[in-house]
Ligand binder design. Sequence first.
Ligand code: GAL
Length: 690
Amino acid sequence: MQIKKIYPGVYEFTFGEREKFEPSNYMLEPPKFKKLNSLPDCGLPFDIDSVFSEVTERGALISLPYSNGEEIYGFGLQSGKVNQAGFKRLLKTNADAHGNIGNSHSAVPFYVSTKGYGIVLDTMRYTCFSCATSKLHKQNNGYDGVITAEITGVKGMRGYLFAGDAILGLDPVADVCRRYVLFSGGGAMPPLWGLGVWYRACGEFDETKVLNMAELLRDEEMPVSVFGLEPGWHSHAYSCTYKFDKERYKDYKNTLKKLQDMNYKINLWEHVFVHPDSDIYKSLEPYAADYDVWGGLVPDLSMKEARDIFGGYHDDYLLDEGISGFKCDECDGSDFTGGWSYPDHAKFPSGMDGEQMHSMLPMYYQKTFYELFKNKNKRTWGEVRAQYSYAAPYPFLLYTDLYEHKDYISMLVNMGFSGIMYSPEIRTADSKADLYRRMLTGIFSPKLEMNIWFMPNPMWKNYDYTGNHKNETLPDSDQLRDDCRNFMNMRTALVPYLYTAFYKYHTEGISPVRALQMDYPECRNQENPNRNVFAHINGISFGDDIIAYPLTAKQLEVKLYLPNGNWYCYFTNKKFEGGKEYTLKYDIDQIPVFVKDGAILPMLENINSVYDGGKSKIKPVVYGDKAEGSLYIDDFTSFNFERGAYNIYKFKYENGNFTTEIENSENFKSNVEILESSVLPCADVSGIFW
Ligand code: GAL
């Protein structure tokens, strides 16, 4: 095996005959090499001689040393356990994550170990990771076993190893993940509106119903910033024509204009399978796979020619009408729902096969749109149903067709390790408690979205599918509506804070939403052998200063472990000492959310400014006697920040004095007003956020 250092703490390894197509040759953005090179060097936490590589009749495999107690995190969107040690993971992009075996909408061949290293296999093929198997007979190196990663049907392997160090104040696990994200090109920077609230209307609506719904949301003062159209806008949706249906949309241009006049950004649902009635069908034929899906072409978007045709059409027909982004559906494939997708042996003109494309077509699909918007100096923010390696810079949030709330929570916890942002959308609910708890999970996730694509009415009118279709109004619907508005306002108030966290993702590689296990070693089993952390609920860091423990409807009393330090309850401002376990009770409209002592949160006061582009009024809220915080501001929509057009406000509170310093103030004048700070918990804060 050859191994060479390519950046501080980042090593490339190869052995045998490399594959023809390797994902790192097709990354959306180059590695953030300046930042990577500025990080301290660090070595791998094991001797490279204890790593075994082998090419067998089956394929290529690499075995890394494993020690008892070591925890393994990652593999993309995994539900269930956070620590993958002791499990076998069959990583295959698939919409049906049955049996929790590793198949997933986003099955990423990357993991990070608490030993302080991570590895990604640079392959588009399905992989199998056996996380902690028994010891190899020849292994005589003081370890307790191996972690084996195998790619079948290949004659060699390339991959990258990432080392992590604690010297920069991060835990080595977080440092490994950060180096992986920076290597991937850094995190995507959303437009401000992308972090606001999303609402997707019923797929069958015509333009009148779409506009009525959009008006209703405004009349009811719902702070929705993105309005999504589902399949019904197409003249044929499965496969897609990408043309407005003439019956349902008599004047689509006018409808799109009216939505924009109501200050909505418009997101369009589609998938990549091109219907024969589409204007681009003929020109895409030479660049399509040998299998059709739903009677449509599968374009080989790895080829520039195909991207130019597919993207060029979207540019002319849709972007010019003000579309701000797309929902790239069905790009995962499914093994158990009718075999609608192309098979693994499908052939694509580029030379890739169906197996490789199940991993990569979603990435090329996103790239096609990203480039269109970037060429116009506009940021987009969309949705996608599959993600793969090096996904961090793609401005699309992953969503699923799965709907178990407890799976949502574990997926949210697991995603950040692989630098992927996941959106646990709300569709229906079994009860008021289910609705509220799902909303709360959405608030503390990368996106709060109501995906009401299969119901005619908002879920606060009736969250039950059947009742909603019968247009029945629940007796407490006014209360539900007001509470849902409060949830949305609560999310929107956090947008400047989250925007700042995303900037850190972009420049420093720190995922804005990530498992507590990433930041806080004391939240891992290994570090606390005397207690059983499995008895505790899992939590996430939401930015650097907030932690949240999403709860399902029935969890009214929970046992949680609060990391070291002091914390304030987000709702009551009550102070809690960390490094301890607590049993706490929560009503259905709250979950455990804590703010770090010493934080200053930039909170948005005029909620509408996220979507109407008005001047944002931001209130710095101080937690504790001595505190610091920051706020990142740019023009919220373009790429000019990459050329220095931004400000960073640095807030400080000490000895009763609040001070603000502005970085980069000569280059950019921001459209924000910083209001007088509030100091918590001494000030009267009742009703600030709730
Ligand atoms: C599904 C998708 C849903 C919705 C639906 C419309 O595949 O996951 O969110 O868009 O298609 O047909």
